[in-house]
Design a binder for this molecule. Sequence first.
Ligand code: SF4
Length: 333
Amino acid sequence: MQKEKALLEVRNLKVGFATDSGPILAVNDVSFSVNKGEIVAIVGESGSGKSVSANSIMRLIAPPGSIEGGKILFDGKDLVTASPKEMRAIRGNDISMIFQEPMTSLNPLFIVGDQIEESIRLHQKVSRKQAKEKAIEMLQKVGIPRAEKVYSSYPHLLSGGMRQRVMIAMALSCNPRLLIADEPTTALDVTIQAQILELMKDLIRAQDTSIILITHDLGVVAEMADRVIVMYAGQVVEEANVHNLFKEPNHPYTKGLLDSTPKIHEMYEELISIEGTVPSPSEMPSGCFFHPRCPKAMPECSLKTPQLLTMENDRSVRCLLYTNQKEKEAVNQ
Ligand code: SF4
């Protein structure tokens, strides 16, 4: 079977920050791809580098941060070397982003209707009247009651959930080819969260949009994603399709994340959390970055740096347990 051409290909991305104690790498040699119409989740605790990776795609890394290396190919064009003008055309037109805190994208000085309308008119040849109709239609599509009233409201008069819906309406109003959603429903209550996710899924399937979904919530991943990338301390540590990852996680960190997630039908099962925290980029452990927290750590884990290993079923994992296993298999062949 011929492999589908990727819409987005991130290759060996490195993102650094200058700090008082010297330069640090927040994203360290990250590669992944997103196919057309595919929903790819990037998961990991805070500090894993998932949001920095996403912001790099939009070229939203501000000094003292900078992209230190790698390529970000969107439909074959490298966004790392694109001019500011080219990036302005791509942002909001081909690629849209939804942030966890909607006030980051909404201007407090303008009514929300004007902001959605502006986004539509910037990217589509429509009259003011048609843009207004489309803006109200989008507000209705994201489940906002009395959409015309909300259209004329200033962002600060709306609840957090409403503002998030407005931002989703704005992000989807110009039919982006890629939507980057950074913790899009974290601030919302569970019922609204389920509605918004369902809605995003419907809108995206209808428009054949691809999504990068950044989240620490594995419940959201199970609900939405086709494929999952697990990040830890600025690196990809595992990649698999959503079914295989939940059925059989390979990396000890992925297992830890799954064990600390409540499951339906197992309400009384004790949740096990991963001890410790993600290391600061200025104090990375030697060898495998996860070794101080890993329940499977071996003496060599603090000495050797594991490489990302390609496994069967389009999976990959960065762990010496699997490197050793492969080496043994090669010797016995
Ligand atoms: Fe754990 Fe060692 Fe694998 Fe790292 S390389 S995840 S420390 S077993």
